[in-house]
Design a protein around this ligand. Structure first.
Ligand SMILES: Nc1ccc(Br)nc1
Length: 444
């Protein structure tokens, strides 16, 4: 290469000294975590830009919270997986803290903190990194980024309908259709109404939901055993499991009667879905409960119709979360949309975008004496809002053209002696090869 010393360009090696003896560090990121080098970061930026654009279309404001929170936000006694995998530790001040496993408790904390100083309804969105500590036996990730949208202060089902509409909008922006994905929708009030009929104490509700959410993942006997363990009677268990197999709202109405909230909420949601124009995206599925303890009403999850992937996203109503933190309850609903399954879906559907680096100009001097002039040209272009990759060392034209191609530069600006004497530079349009001498003060 140009350095003639056989090493990588830019490395400094002094042959007179022996190499330093250092233990080579592990250059990989910690287990379960990812680096985002440029190619991966371009995809992440593209994905997050779509999250942000949809949030903007729905009039939501962006928020964020510390990735480190008090562990107390996540200590719920409902046997959730998210609690088993909490990335918690004691800090140097002997405080129990945790890397956030989800964003909703932080939202609840800030809403309580702000109290009446924030107008309702709150419509906030966040894209935040969330963590879990899982034995690496399953080789699963320990961090992911989640897009959340939440509406606080709206008791009506219009809030859930709006949130589902925002996710449909997102899918459509990516080219995903209702033939590719759908939403299974139910209401936890369905379970609540059954439990009430069998006088199961209210405080078992969350635990029962968390157990039932494991239905697809563990054998039915285990589900029954765990339900019995928390104190649900055999009759109630039979009726619960029977209700979860209901396939239509009319059947649900037959069993629960027409006046219950579960039926009326779901009917409202399907009516609104029709008005929003996304009826073909949603279906009633009584078995959907979601695994978070705090949901109280409508719950939904996005799924791929080929059933090859895990749930794409999920959410629901959580009207009691604020009071579990000692605040005044406010009606609330929201969803979480992770950055992992969506990538698998886009791969499956051949919808991954082609994202290449982009820079408008590469500027280089043809003579080391003109490096300063090249810097001036770069500055002029940048002040006009043009992106510039400025060649910072004396390089051959062959090297410059190779780099220009790699970074996908639109133009090559050459600063040469004879032109510079006339206050000009050479501009080469790289995809057509056209070349012009341009006065520096007329560069644009
Ligand atoms: N809650 C949570 C956090 C991190 C990952 Br990866 N998955 C789920």
């Amino acid at each position: 290469n140009e350095n003639g010393d056989g090493g990588r360009p830019g490395t400094i090696s002094n042959p007179s000294l022996p190499p330093p003896i250092v233990e080579k560090i592990d250059v990989n990121p910690p287990k379960g975590t990812r680096d985002f080098p440029p190619e991966e970061m371009r995809f992440r930026t593209w994905l997050f830009n779509n999250f942000r654009e949809v949030s903007r279309l729905f009039g939501f404001e962006e928020v964020d919270y510390p990735v480190l929170e008090s562990e107390a936000l996540y200590i719920r006694k409902a046997g959730e997986e998210i609690k088993d995998q909490l990335y918690g530790f004691e800090d140097r001040g002997n405080r129990r803290v945790a890397l956030r496993p989800e964003l909703t408790p932080s939202l609840a904390r800030v809403v309580i903190q702000k109290g009446k100083s924030v107008a309702l309804p709150i419509k906030w969105f966040a894209i935040g990194q969330c963590w879990r500590y899982e034995r690496m036996t399953r080789g699963r990730r320990r961090e992911h980024y989640q897009w959340n949208m939440d509406i606080i202060g709206v008791p009506e089902i219009t809030a859930e309908a709006e949130l589902i509409s925002s996710i449909v909008t997102f899918f459509k922006r990516l080219g995903i259709t209702s033939s590719d994905v759908g939403f299974k929708v139910s209401s936890r009030k369905l379970l609540q109404e059954v439990l009430q009929r069998y006088s199961v104490p209210e405080d078992l509700f969350s635990k029962v939901c968390v157990i039932i959410d494991k239905m697809e993942k563990i054998p039915m006997d285990e589900i029954k055993r765990e339900l019995k363990l928390v104190g649900v009677s055999e009759d109630a268990i039979e009726q619960l499991l029977q209700v979860l197999t209901i396939k239509s709202l009319s059947e649900l109405e037959e069993i629960l009667g027409p006046s219950g909230d579960a039926v009326s909420d779901l009917k409202s949601l399907f009516l609104l879905a029709d008005k929003f124009g996304y009826s073909d995206w949603i279906q009633f599925d009584a078995s959907i409960v979601r695994g978070l303890a705090y949901y109280t009403g409508i719950v939904f999850e996005g799924f791929d119709r080929e059933r090859k992937l895990r749930a794409i996203c999920g959410g629901g109503r959580y009207d009691r979360l604020l009071s579990t933190f000692g605040g005044d309850d406010l009606p609330a609903c929201g969803f979480g949309f992770g950055d992992a399954v969506i990538v698998e879906l886009l791969k499956e559907k051949g919808l991954l975008p082609e994202l290449s680096p982009q820079v408008e100009n590469i500027v280089c001097s043809l003579d080391p004496e003109l490096q300063g002039a090249a810097s001036q040209v770069a500055t002029i272009l940048r002040e006009k809002g043009q992106s510039v990759d400025l060649v910072l060392e004396s390089k051959s034209l062959k090297w410059v053209f190779k780099r220009a191609a790699r970074i996908n530069a639109g133009r090559l600006i050459l600063v040469g002696n004879s032109e510079w004497q006339k206050g000009m530079v050479v501009v080469k349009i790289l995809d057509t090869g056209e070349q012009f001498d341009v006065k520096v003060d007329q560069l644009e």
